[in-house]
Design a protein around this ligand. Structure first.
Ligand SMILES: CC(C)(COP(=O)(O)OP(=O)(O)OC[C@H]1O[C@@H](n2cnc3c(N)ncnc32)[C@H](O)[C@@H]1OP(=O)(O)O)[C@@H](O)C(=O)NCCC(=O)NCCS
Length: 157
């Protein structure tokens, strides 16, 4: 399957929006931030379909990966790994990259640790709003553990 992982472009926004739950507004919000050089959305495509993405937040020091998500049907095929590899490539000149992971998300944490991210001992509680699959707006609070990788070390992928 032809696979591509690259930063969001203006012409992608409507295409991705068509796949989002109505009213979610995620890709538009990401595009606004990207236009202000505040973050970059990295998008994975398979056969011309968007199947996953990761936000590289440029407002933090070090830069932080947020909102990593791969469509349920496309998981376990290395797409999450490929999105992280692209985030690392973009962040390489700054030397370090961080990612927050929910304490109740062992799968994602295992992925980050396999890639060489290590706990910093820093924890934070994040409250966020999202629109579920049925279009219902919800609020959730999660405790995140901050992981960090020194990109001067050998690349992971
Ligand atoms: C976490 C998440 C992004 C991982 O995405 P993914 O595309 O499934 O990730 P990968 O396929 O790269 O890696 C997952 C597993 O598949 C395996 N894998 C990697 N490449 C593979 C391939 N080509 N074929 C089969 N399996 C493969 C890996 O060994 C990995 O196993 P591990 O997790 O035990 O290390 C995805 O599960 C997801 O979207 N979860 C919900 C949202 C979420 O929790 N996001 C993280 C927020 S911090």
């Amino acid at each position: 399957m032809p696979r591509e992982v690259r930063r969001l472009e203006a012409t992608d926004v409507e295409r991705i929006e068509a796949e989002e739950p109505a009213g979610q507004g995620f890709v538009r919000a990401m595009w606004k931030l990207q236009q202000r050089d505040e973050s970059v959305l990295i998008v994975a495509w398979v056969d011309g379909m968007p199947v996953g993405s990761a936000q590289l937040d440029l407002r933090t020091d070090p830069w932080e990966v947020k909102n990593l998500n791969v469509d349920e049907r496309a998981r376990g095929e290395g797409i999450g790994t490929a999105l992280m590899a692209e985030a690392e490539r973009l962040a390489a000149p700054s030397g370090r990259l961080s990612v927050g992971v929910g304490v109740d998300n062992p799968r994602a944490r295992a992925l980050y640790e396999r890639l060489g991210f290590r706990p910093t001992g820093q924890e934070s509680a994040t409250t966020y709003e999202y629109v579920d699959e049925r279009g219902v707006r919800r609020t959730a609070t999660e405790t995140d553990v901050l992981l960090m990788k020194d990109l001067a070390a050998a690349p992971s992928a």
